[in-house]
Design a binder for this molecule. Structure first.
Ligand code: ADP
Ligand code: MG
Length: 263
């Protein structure tokens, strides 16, 4: 019994420091440089379960680098990243398994042009994450149905609009039922008239309780859809608060200057 007790205590301690039932992501003192270029200079923040956090900041401020560190596409130089209590910045971790716990969508449409929608959505789940073909296809069809695109399952990407392609990419990112969804400027390459349908899908995911970190320049959406806004400036967190606090009430001159460009 003594062993059981101490294990429980350890779990509790670990949970308090690095987890807590509802703490999905903890980024703690993360630093990342490329050569002399210090891109992330000690970044710390938490994301709780079901939270939607928008990540704002000038281009070059380190938003994509931060997301790539969370998704293990880059290794941090210093600091830790915890995903539901696991230190995923530990280099000994199984990167493929960890990536299946995080969904990612980038700015550029990442669909393979020579594969139909169904193949695009299922491929990674089957090849990388070890889901059976039958299960993957069933899940893919459910996801496509949810976004009203089941009739596009056998369509090739070049026959879809950019907005539809991005929605397929989002559906694909949900195949492994990720604990966290990273969206990196997913509407930046779209025609303005196609932005709305993609943001609408993000809003629906939020309504379903998906935990999301989203880098965007869509200020209205960042304001309306986010529970919290983080402003990154030169690789440091300049603001972390409610949309109202960060986008309207901040007295920080650099913050005010940044948002003045979008009014
Ligand atoms: P943002 O997404 O906010 O526009 P990035 O994270 O893309 O910012 O870039 C931040 C800085 O890091 C930039 O100066 C960029 O040139 C640099 N950077 C990003 N990725 C690399 C890389 N793989 N090698 C070298 N420098 C990089
Ligand atoms: Mg970027």
């Amino acid at each position: 019994e003594a062993t059981t007790l101490s294990a429980t205590d350890e779990d509790k301690e670990s949970e308090e420091h690095h987890g807590g039932k509802n703490l999905t992501l903890r980024v703690d003192g993360v630093r990342k440089s490329f050569g002399d270029n210090q891109v992330l200079r000690g970044v710390s923040f938490d994301i709780h379960r079901h939270e939607v956090v928008t990540l704002l900041g000038p281009s070059g401020s380190g938003k994509s680098t931060l997301m790539r560190c969370i998704n293990l596409l880059e290794q941090v130089d210093d600091g830790q990243i915890w995903l539901n209590g696991t230190d995923i910045s530990d280099p000994r971790i199984n990167a493929d398994r960890t990536r299946s716990r995080i969904g990612v969508v980038f700015q550029q449409f990442n669909l393979f042009p020579h594969m139909d929608v169904l193949k695009n959505v299922t491929l990674g789940a089957i090849k990388v994450h070890g889901i059976s073909k039958d299960d993957a296809q069933e899940r893919a069809m459910t996801l496509l149905r949810r976004i009203g695109m089941e009739d596009k399952a056998h369509t090739y990407p070049d026959q879809l609009s950019g907005g539809q392609q991005q929605r397929v990419a989002i559906a694909r990112s949900l195949m492994t039922e990720p604990e966290l969804l990273l969206l990196d400027e997913i509407t930046s390459a779209l025609d303005p008239m196609l932005v709305g349908e993609v943001l609408q899908m993000v809003q629906e995911l939020k309504d379903q309780g998906t935990t999301i970190l989203m880098a965007t320049h869509e200020m209205q959406f960042a304001h309306d859809a986010a529970d919290r806004v983080i402003l990154l400036q030169d690789g440091e967190i300049a603001e972390n608060g409610t949309p109202q606090e960060v986008m309207h009430d901040s007295q920080n001159p650099r913050t005010r200057e940044f948002f003045s460009h979008f009014r």
